[in-house]
Design a protein around this ligand. Structure first.
Ligand SMILES: Nc1nc2c(ncn2[C@@H]2O[C@H](COP(=O)(O)OP(=O)(O)OP(=O)(O)O)[C@@H](O)[C@H]2O)c(=O)[nH]1
Ligand SMILES: [Mg+2]
Length: 229
C-alpha cells in the first residue's frame, strides 16, 4: 500500500519566516535601529501609546512608525499628523504581520538616520504572537475594560511579551479590573516580565513605560520575545 505523503506547510512557512526575521533583525541592529512590536486586541490603545511615546522621545530619538491593519490608513494618518513618518501595511485579510511585510515596510527608510521603529501590529491577541516580525522587543497591551482574565484565555500573547502594559487605568473601579490578579496571572506565564499600568488618556504611568523602553533604544540587542506556537 502507498504511504500517504504529508506536507507540513505550517512548519515550513514558519521556519522561512523565522529566517527572514532573523536577517531583518540583524540588518536593523547593524544600523543601530531598534524595532518594537506592539500587540493587543483592537482598541486597547496601541496607537494612543505610540503617540504618547513619540511625544516623550521625539526630541532625543529619530522615530518611524509602521502601522498594520487589514484595511485603511486611519492609524498611519494619525501618526503622520504629528509629523512622524508612517508606513501603512494593508494586510488584506491577514491577521498578523510577517517578516516579509516588515522588510517591505522598511524599504526606502533611511536606517542610518533612525533610532526606533515602532510596529503597531494588527489588533488581535492570537496570531500576532505566533509570527516573528524581526522585532527586537515585543510588548503586549491589555486594558482595563477588557478584563483581568485575558492572560488566562490568551496565554500565548502574554508569554511572548518582553513587557505587558495595562492601559486605561483611568477607568478605575468602573472596569472592575483586578490589577494584582492580572499581575499574578502574567507572572505565571512569563516570570519576570514587567507589568506597567498606565493611562494614555491622562498620561499617568507613561514615565514608567518610557523608563523601561529607553535603555533598549540604540542598544539594538534583542529582548527575550519569542513567537509562540
Ligand atoms: N479612557 C481611556 N481611553 C483610552 C485610553 N487609551 C486609548 N483610549 C481610547 O481607546 C480607543 C482606542 O484607542 P486606540 O489607541 O485607537 O487603540 P488601538 O489599539 O490602536 O486600536 P486598533 O488600531 O483599532 O486596534 C480610542 O477611543 C482612545 O481614545 C486610556 O488610557 N483611557
Ligand atoms: Mg490603532
Amino acid at each position: 500500500m502507498n504511504e500517504t505523503r504529508v506536507i507540513r506547510i505550517r512548519e515550513s512557512i514558519l521556519a522561512e519566516n523565522s529566517a527572514r526575521a532573523l536577517d531583518l533583525r540583524e540588518r536593523l541592529s547593524s544600523h543601530g535601529v531598534t524595532l518594537l512590536n506592539l500587540m493587543s486586541s483592537p482598541g486597547s490603545g496601541k496607537t494612543s501609546l505610540i503617540l504618547r511615546t513619540i511625544e516623550a522621545l521625539r526630541d532625543r530619538y529619530s522615530i518611524a512608525v509602521v502601522e498594520a491593519d487589514i484595511d485603511s490608513t486611519v492609524d498611519a494618518d494619525r501618526i503622520a499628523a504629528v509629523g512622524i513618518p508612517a508606513v501603512q501595511i494593508e494586510t488584506g485579510g491577514f491577521c498578523h504581520v510577517e517578516a516579509a511585510m516588515m522588510e517591505a515596510a522598511v524599504t526606502g527608510m533611511d536606517l542610518d538616520a533612525l533610532d526606533l521603529i515602532i510596529l503597531e501590529n494588527v489588533g488581535n491577541l492570537i496570531c500576532t504572537a505566533q509570527h516573528d516580525t524581526g522585532a527586537h522587543l515585543c510588548v503586549a497591551i491589555l486594558s482595563f475594560p477588557e478584563g483581568d482574565d485575558k492572560p488566562l484565555k490568551y496565554p500565548i500573547m502574554f508569554r511572548a511579551a518582553d513587557a505587558v502594559i495595562v492601559n486605561k487605568t483611568d477607568y478605575g473601579e468602573l472596569a472592575e479590573f483586578d490589577l494584582e490578579a492580572a499581575r499574578r496571572r502574567i507572572e505565571v506565564l512569563n516570570p519576570g516580565a514587567p507589568l506597567i499600568p498606565l493611562s494614555c488618556r491622562t498620561g499617568a504611568g507613561v514615565d514608567a513605560w518610557i523608563a523601561w523602553l529607553e535603555p533598549w533604544i540604540r542598544s539594538s540587542s534583542p529582548g527575550a520575545c519569542e513567537p509562540q506556537a
